[in-house]
Design a protein around this ligand. Sequence first.
Ligand code: BGC
Length: 821
Amino acid sequence: MSEGGAPRTVLGVNERSAGIGQVASEDQLAQGRVQLRSDDTWIPDGLGEVSRRAAAEGIVLLKNEGGVLPLAESAPIAVFGRVQVDWFAVGYGSGGDVRPPYSWNLLDALRADPAVQVDEALAARYEEWSAAHAVEAEPEWGTWPRSHPEMPLTEAEIAEVAARSGLAVVVVGRAAGEAREQALEPGSFYLTDDERTLLARVGAAFDRTVVVVDTGNVIDLAWTRDEALDAVVLAWQGGMESGRAVVDVLTGAVPAGGRLTSTIATRYEDYPTHENFGAEEYNEYVEDVYVGYRWFETFAPQTVLYPFGFGLSYTSLDVRDVAVAADGDTVTVTAEVANTGDHDGTEVVQVYVRAPHGLLGRPARHLAGFAKTGRLRPGATERVEVTFDLTDVAAYDDAGVTGHRSAYVLEAGAYEVLVGADVRAAHPVGAVEVPELRVVRTLREVAAPRPEHAFERVVARPGEDGRAVQGVEKVPTATVARRDRVLAGLPEPLERTGDVEIVLADVAAGRATLDAFVAQLDDDELEALTRGDFTMDSPLGEAGNAGALGGTIAALRAKGVAPLTTTDGPAGIRLAVHTALLPCGTALASTWNPDLVRELNALLGAEMAAKGSDVLLAPGMNIQRDPLCGRNFEYFSEDPLVTGVMAAATVDGIQGAGLAACPKHFAANNQETNREHNDSRVSERALREIYLRGFEICVTRAEPRTIMTSYNKVNGVWAHYHHDLVTTVLRDEWGYTGTVMTDWWMRPATDPDFPALTNDAYRVRAQVDVHMPGAWNRDDRHGDGSLLTSLHAADGITLGELQRTARNVLRLVLSSPRLAS
Ligand code: BGC
């Protein structure tokens, strides 16, 4: 983290005098770097400290019998489990592949804390064993270990340690990742026999046993009920500061305050997705809108081990004087939080709505808003306020049962407002009456399942005792003629002017319009804007980049179009140099503190600027539909509001620093198995209320400059060709004007409604602007010609569409600090 070494200043792409037509030299353009840091291990001041704070705030205390935590030990504590050494700081794949300048494991972090002593003899034994059974440094992509074999210890050996120490910490660790689903087997979702034996022996031998679970995904935690285990800390994967963050919470330096953003069920089979997850060809989302707590609270409350929103504190916190006021559709809940216990603490006041059952059927709970207090000392109080719009809890009628097909409606009745510290604890505090059905927004049918893929979905029907009972109904299927919709939206072309020497900086400075700039571009220039510079690790960017876009050819660069470097995300910047490794998405969401997430990402933005990343391929914001999805660690929650709020905070942080964020993967990318071909078959209602909703919140609140489509199909159409999702919903409904890029490499296909459009032409028609990294085969440095072939074919892609996509891409370049006006 040392400051060391002065920044190396290199000319920005368009650092030149004003006046139309003056451009930087090709040398400067090729460099295109601004203020690059030459010292490899530098990270911005404060980034390590804020990462540590965020990792600590996200840690969830699941159990704390007898107040065993925070630690009050003067005697050494005995730390078991080799993960104390071989700590999982993040998950695998593009979302975790960061080279941090340092990384704290738990053992070293405990040793570094003057308030803690560790049993050094035991620690040394683990260090030796771990060294002798070393974890493979760089396994093949997708074959990473989900856990590490545990060091066996006999009862007698454990008893010997227990004789000199009253408190044990046992560490259990897991990881999953991209192309590495969590598996329903010991060593992944389940504990191994060796881990069970270790926990049982330590639990029996020690007075007090604390378990630390270091994972990015929810795993089986039914074993945490064992009475011999006094405390359970769900540490998540907190990045390079993870070890120190865990120690902060164990000692109480940071009061335990994280809250779950996904439900932990008693058994895997209790999740409503368990029979419809992981198939190779397609998955039917039969649970419909009943994802996560929406399922459990409505149909199966008895199967929950730890509810959504749950997390213990070291103190007792009262939420009192709750008041609900409605002003039109704006509902405001106020409350006072009082720390009535003996330790510091924070509370997350969660507001849920129970909508009247109506004809559509509704989940028993719907998170409508939340507020987190600051750190409250014993005896302190804080007032919090949560505001939400009633129309945001409207339901989407995709079947027309209310008489308003393709509309968000509020059915008549009482909308009960519930407040509490988790979804289960929330209790009614008021209600808002809707006297008669209201149509909130009338939209267009989009992306509905195809008739030949019809399936049955779960629906809640009113039961006798007021509880909902589970029913099934046929999912409504598509009725729209896509061809007509596409044709109706085709843009008029700009009349071509040829090169009139307008450079992009002229547009930035208001000396020329974007249309005038675009009207100059020839076919090759337009084509070059629709794809990256073909490969990852583009020579136009810093070593280790994910690809470059924008000024991918000299002719564009001569017009002042800078090449922009993309890098993964989300847990830090993936480049060849050292960069900060941040807490994973789930850890960040578990803070329920969007301000902190924004602060962290603003510092990350500063690091991007210094290290040459223009676009961070983050946040990852797919819904955690099933606990086995390998990339859940990158994602935020099973709930779209938490997802959308955290994604918006991430985007605000990065873009506030002047760089671009790229929320991904749009949409319904909920598993890794065969992810490039898999079809997510899902009702339009569930798409809109669950899988698109987080993106909608993020786009409308934070205006990300780019968005990445997903690999999978959504109801039969690959996301990178999805006109309904990208043009009708994202751009027309939500008003998005930025760049849409593909996930890395595309699948070839011909537009079923327009046979003259294949591959890149099919994609550009949908306004998926940029194919990343650009080639069709990994090592090629060329495209397949499909775009320009179509441009000159009868009924092919039109010039107006190419120019529209050029505008979408150039708006991104215009927003970049590389473009000095
Ligand atoms: C992942 C994306 C990532 C991209 C570039 C893909 O395999 O799905 O999330 O941003 O690679 O590394």
